[in-house]
Every structure is written in C-alpha cells, then in structure tokens.
Design a protein around this ligand. Structure first.
Ligand code: GLU
Length: 468
C-alpha cells in the first residue's frame, strides 16, 4: 500500500543552467520547489542544464551546489547532468523523425527569413525530408492551439498556426534546449514544473515535444519576476546579489529562506517571521501572487537581524567562528584561541546589536585584539576637554567593587551629572579609549567584558596619548 502511495507522490525539480553564480531569483525557484517537495512527501530532483558547453564550467556547477548547500536545500536525486544524457536526446530525436513528428530541413536561416516574408505572419513550415540534411524541426500542427494551463496565470493560449516548426537538433546533430528539457522532465517523471516567468514562452514548445513523446505533461507554475522596491525590474546590482554574497556577508540561511519564501508568497495573516518547518507546512502555490515580487535588500537585512537575536548563544558562537574562517583566517584564529568565557560573553553582548555575522565581528574585535587605530574617530571624540572626564572614569573604575556591567554602570553614571555633561560626552571617549572606534556594544557591557585590568590599561594609554 505504501508503495502505491509513494508512486503518486509529486516530483519537483530545480534545473539551473550553470552559467554563473546562483542569484536571488534562482534561489527562490529552488526554495519553492524544495518546500513543495518537503511539504508533500515528494521528491526534489536537481538537474544541471549544462548543454551550453562554453558557459557550463565545473566551477559554475560547484558554485550552484555550494549555494544550495549553504541554503540547506538538500536534494533527493542528482545532481544529474543534462549534457550526459545527450545520447538519450539524440535517440528521442531519431524516433520523432521516424514517426514523422519531426523532419530534416536543409533550409538556412536566410531561407527561413525569406519564407516568412512570403507567408505573412505564419509560423515557418520547412521542406520536410526524411534523410539527414540540415537541422531537425518538430512539426507544429497548422490548426488549433497549444494551451499552457499555468497554476498562476491560468490558461495561456498559443496559436499553432503562428508557431514555427522549431529546431530540436542542429545540423551537426546537437540536441537543443527545449527538446532536452522536455525529454528530461518526461524521463525523470517530473509531475510539477515550478520556474521563472521567463520560461513561459518555451512552454508551448516543450508541450509539443512531450506530445510527440506520448507523455502526459507536468503541471506548470511560472513565478512572477522580481522587481526593485522603487518599481521596475530588479536593478543589475540588486539582481546580481548572489547567494554566495549573502553567505559572505554573514546572512543566516534560515533568515534567507524565510525572506525568499515571502518573495511572491504570503500567509493569510501576512506573518513575516516564519520558521522553515512552518514554511514546509504552509507553503502553497495557491497563495503565490500574480504580480512581480519586490526584492528589498533592506528588509532582508532587518529580517536577518531578527534571526540573529533569536540564535542560542552556542549556535551564535559556532556560526560566527565558521563565518570568520571563511572571511579571515587571522581573525578566526584570534577568536578561536580566546578563552571560552570571553567568546561567550562577546556573543552575548553583540547578539542584539548586529544584523549580520559580518557586522558582529568589528563590534567585538576589541575584546580579542588591541584597539583599532582609527584617527578620524580619535580626532572627532578626543578633544582636550575629555581629559578630565576620562581621568574621573579611570579613578571610578579602579575603585569599584566587582566589575559586572551593573557595578561599572554604578561607578560611571554619577560622572555626567557631577560634571554637568551629557552621558555620551563621558561614554564616547571611554569607548574610543577601549575600542579605538565609536561603535561597540553597550559601554557597560563592553567594559565588563574587557575586564578591569585591560580597561584601566587602555584608558591610561589614551590619557598618555592625550597628554602627548
Ligand atoms: N535551465 C533553466 C534556467 O536556468 C531552467 C529551465 C527550467 O526550469 O525548465 O533558467
């Protein structure tokens, strides 16, 4: 009984062309297919459409796999190479010539242009030959329509009369794209094709190939394009945001999945923060909108910050260490060599301050290394009149009982009032003294994490520099 159930389980696929890195749009397509497969007990197939031999390099394939691994979108079958199936594609073409569904055509592209000029708006029909001369074309019926029954667009109709008999193999026998995609979808038993809108115009061709193969077509879903927040197509720069860039900038995969899911899909109650488990449960094509989804890098960043704040500390620490290893070996070494308690405290005080892992490290680096040398920050904050305030702070920090954030606060907070200054007039110089910069986690947390001895030493050093 179980096996008959599994044989009806849907089969989804992600079919990237490895011509470059995986970008936002492609990642969304991959995620949607993965969510649908995981939510239905179906199968997620990864097929690499590498028939363009010039642009499909092993490095590009590796980049895509790497991006999917980072996003934690695991596949059940594959990666299958479309190019390696070329014999099967040739076989399918030969069969179609045999049955008369396709034919050889000696016409050159100039001949085709000529023919079309002479025949008004009609789709090209070649001089059908059975013997191998020229390209192979699939025969398109003269009458009727090819109808794409799209889950989002509804029925999209293409008049057969205006469709060219299209080339499925070049003169040298090389199988072409629409042929390969349709044969692979059929052979792999794909039940659902979910992909970008830009493939809608290929679909009638693929339907005709499937018909020639005698295979039931899959259900089609074409996802609306992505737009910029200002409207209009996603700008080159935004669209170029590759998944690897997001990883390098320290985005958490769970946050990226959450964000990508909302690019075109949403819950009835417009929930923004949705765990992956919940996405698997709730995601459905019915709730994918028809209008272009808006990619807003700032919202992604905000969302990532929310996920960062929710991370358990040990995971935060593990992810930060991993991130640093990818970014800078020396920084990673410094972080990993530090005392476990210091690493933990650093993560604790920065956790709600950084929106990405990349942002976290500069904020806590001072705990593991000497203050950075930032002359602009120094000049802006360390005016002659801060000398007296720093001296008072130093004195208070030397004498306070204990060195917890609370005792540090109790020691320092009377100083602004006593000297008729704003709190920031006192705390910014201390911050520059201990970190070298003007940004850090809360000043009491920062001092407490650094400890009395080192805090005192750095403030003393700042005072000497002011005196010099
Ligand atoms: N290989 C195509 C692409 O990367 C996708 C084809 C498909 O999903 O059918 O755009």
């Amino acid at each position: 009984m179980e096996s008959s159930q599994t044989s009806h389980a849907p089969r989804y696929r992600f079919a990237p062309s490895p011509t470059g890195a995986l970008h936002i749009g492609g990642a969304r397509t991959a995620l949607y297919n993965w969510l649908l497969a995981r939510g239905s007990g179906g199968t997620f197939v990864l097929r690499i459409e590498d028939t363009d031999r010039e642009r499909s390099t092993p490095e590009n394939v590796e980049q895509i796999l790497d991006a999917l691994r980072y996003l934690e979108l695991d596949w059940d079958e594959g990666p299958l190479s479309q190019y390696e199936r070329r014999e099967r594609h040739r076989e399918a073409i030969a069969r179609m010539v045999e049955t008369g569904d396709a034919y050889y055509d000696p016409a050159t592209s100039a001949d085709v242009r000529e023919w079309k000029k002479a025949h008004g708006g009609a789709g090209y029909r070649g001089e059908a030959r059975k013997e191998p001369v020229g390209a192979v074309r699939l025969r398109v019926p003269d009458e009727g329509e090819t109808v794409v029954d799209d889950a989002i667009r509804g029925e999209v109709r293409f008049e057969n009369r205006t469709q060219d008999d299209f080339v499925i193999a070049r003169g040298d026998g090389t199988p072409l794209y629409n042929l390969a995609v349709a044969v692979d979808d059929a052979d792999m038993g794909i039940t659902d094709v979910v992909r970008g809108d830009d493939h809608l115009s290929n679909t009638p061709k693929q339907l005709l190939v499937l018909k020639a193969l005698g295979t039931e077509p899959p259900r089609y879903t074409h996802l609306p394009l992505l737009h910029s927040p200002g409207g209009g197509k996603l700008s080159k720069r935004e669209a170029a945001a590759s998944v690897q860039e997001l990883r390098d900038e320290g985005y958490l995969p769970a946050a990226v999945r959450n964000y990508l899911a909302l690019l075109g899909w949403g819950t009835e109650d417009d929930t923004t923060l949705i765990s992956t488990e919940e996405l698997i449960e709730r995601f459905s094509i019915e709730r994918v909108g028809r209008s272009p989804a808006v990619f807003d890098a700032r919202k992604l960043r905000w969302m990532n910050g929310r996920y960062m704040r929710e991370l358990p500390l040990d995971e935060y620490e593990r992810r930060l260490a991993e991130h640093l290893r990818g970014r800078s070996e020396p920084d990673a070494a410094v972080f990993e060599a530090a005392a476990p308690q210091l690493r933990r405290t650093a993560c604790e005080i920065v956790r709600d301050k950084a929106q990405t892992l990349d942002e976290a490290w500069p904020l806590i680096r001072f705990l593991f290394a000497k203050p950075v040398d930032d002359p602009a920050a120094w000049d802006r904050v360390m005016k002659p009149d801060v000398r007296e305030l720093l001296a008072q702070a130093l004195d208070a920090l030397r004498r306070t009982d204990g060195f917890s954030p609370e005792s540090v606060e109790a020691a320092l907070s009377p100083i602004p009032e006593r000297s008729g200054k704003e709190p920031k007039d006192v705390y910014q110089p201390i911050r520059v003294a201990i970190t070298g910069t003007t940004v850090s986690p809360g000043i009491f947390d920062s001092l407490a994490a650094l400890g009395r001895e080192e805090s005192v030493r750095r403030i003393e050093a700042a005072l000497s520099r002011l005196d010099a």
